[in-house]
Design a binder for this molecule. Sequence first.
Ligand code: FAD
Length: 292
Amino acid sequence: MATPRISFEFFPPQTLDASFRLWETVQALAPMQPEFVSVTYGAGGTTRKLTHEAVTAIGKNYGLNVAAHLTCVDATKAETLEIAAAYADAGVTEIVALRGDAPKGAERFSAHPEGFASSVELIEALAATGKFKLRVGAYPEPHPDAADSLADVRWLKRKIDAGASSAITQFFFDADTFFRFRDLCVKEGITAPIIPGILPITSWAGAKKFALRCGSDVPARLDDAFTTAARDGREELYALAHCTQLCDNLLQGGVEDLHFYTLNRPHLTREVVRALGIQPELVPELVLEKVA
Ligand code: FAD
């Protein structure tokens, strides 16, 4: 079994405290030599600016290959393409192109009147610039907006055909969920790599809540196991065992890339990655900018 290629997702900090946490996370995970790291993107001007700053600062200070997430939410096409152009100017060459969720308070996603109506439109426009390697989201358990699994996979194929070169999945709890999805993708003619998204579970209550919101299946045996582990004060140990086993099952099934949702909490992710046989490189020199 080959050593997997790994990547990490971070989110941009909103407070000074959160900035320190992001920095600690990058510091702890950069030595694990990820293929790339990505930074999420939210609605609202401030969050967007923070994504841009986090993407460029991580790239500049750590020399990591950083993919910026970008969505269609609440922006005109011109505004969205301006953000992409600013990334290109800053030397960013990878974008995770997404439709995005409904803004707070709204039930469903609705496009800005002058915005991109779907992820496919956004991907086409970004591909036309010729400046980015594009990744997209994928859903081993159908997205709540999908008619069914087949419709979901066919939509994913449209996203790939529009110019994306790989997809990163939503997290899931069982390797078989991913394998069933991968088989369906192959059957529908998708040849681009599908990278499983892995959530190291630092809070079972939080993971369960998020999974239920996404319409994902929460296995009862996992609920029981985490409840028992928490009662015995061993939740962290169980989380490490569960996540390592999940990754191992995926690798046994031919997976070569793993994308970790770090939630800016590096320790469990780092332990899992080490358990998979990846050793940290000696800490790369920080290229700190001179303070004037
Ligand atoms: P799409 O794949 O375009 O649509 C979701 C589903 O709806 C499709 O799978 C398809 O079944 C159906 N669908 C949509 N439009 C059509 C259509 N016209 N015809 C037929 N079916 C259609 N959200 C953020 O806000 N910021 C982030 O940084 C962020 N990062 C993410 C990273 C990853 C790897 C993933 C998996 C998700 C991320 N999300 C993020 C969440 C994402 O924005 C939501 O899941 C959103 O609801 C769907 O975005 P998408 O690009 O995957 O949508």
